[in-house]
Design a protein around this ligand. Structure first.
Ligand code: PLP
Length: 230
């Protein structure tokens, strides 16, 4: 069943790439496995997908221990500073860096662990009250400050678009994130890459790809509905 889901999502990704005149290998599919059991991940692993997204530190660390070490784990959820240390050595990328204080904590732990952590700056493009992320206006200043940290490597930007039934409504936000990344790139800040745009979820990843996403985070579309009661 999950293998069928992956095929379906893959078909939609390819179609979106074609519509946008992009090559399929410009877009990485991150399977968002939060709340889902290891057996489900093993099934999806059999399709060759190696990138998985989690939003809780404990859950990511537990799954890291159990599952094959060639998996690339992506921390996509809001991150508390006191939990940062448990991610060192386990994550390929932290998508949710939205404050200087959080960045400083990651820098501190990464230095201790003698490692460099790849990060994205999370931007609340739509300005939703309920969402984490820096504002577009504050993003450049945050990038400038984080760029000075030797154990952090900025790879790009991430956003969580509003929940909507109509993905077309989110096109404007994806476009805005892409424009922000172009603006930041043009400033040629040392130690800053703007190659990655992590945007698009189950409801809107095709529109996100049309607007330049390089990473889409698909949970429900691959693993099915989540049951938070369990
Ligand atoms: C849960 C989650 C997703 C996946 O959401 P779906 O709608 O199930 O695809 C993507 N990004 C973030 C940050 C999430 O927390």
């Amino acid at each position: 069943m999950l293998i069928e889901n992956v095929k379906e999502v893959e078909k939609h990704i390819q179609a979106a790439c074609e519509r946008a005149g992009r090559s399929r290998d410009e877009v990485k599919l991150i399977a968002v496995s939060k709340t889902k059991p290891v057996t489900d991940i093993e099934e999806v692993l059999s399709t060759g997908i190696l990138d998985y997204g989690e939003n809780k530190v404990q859950e990511l660390a537990d799954k890291y221990e159990i599952l094959p070490k060639n998996i690339h784990w992506h921390m996509i959820g809001h991150l508390q500073r006191n939990k940062v240390k448990y991610l060192m050595g386990k994550v390929a990328m932290i998508h949710s860096v939205d404050s200087l204080r959080l960045a400083e904590q990651i820098e501190h732990e990464a230095a201790k662990a003698d490692t460099v952590v790849n990060i994205l700056i999370e931007v609340n493009v739509a300005g939703e009250e309920s969402k984490f992320g820096t504002t577009c206006e504050a993003a450049i200043e945050l990038v400038r400050n984080v760029a000075l940290m030797p154990h952090l490597k900025i790879k790009g930007l991430m956003t969580i678009a509003p929940f909507t039934e109509n993905p077309e409504e989110n096109r404007v936000y994806f476009r805005k994130l892409r424009q922000l990344s172009v603006d930041i790139k043009s400033k040629n800040i040392d130690n800053v890459d703007m190659d990655e745009l992590s945007m698009g979820m189950t409801g809107d990843y095709e529109v996100a790809i049309e607007e330049g996403a390089t990473m889409v985070r698909v949970g429900t579309g691959i693993f099915g509905e989540r049951n938070y009661q369990i």
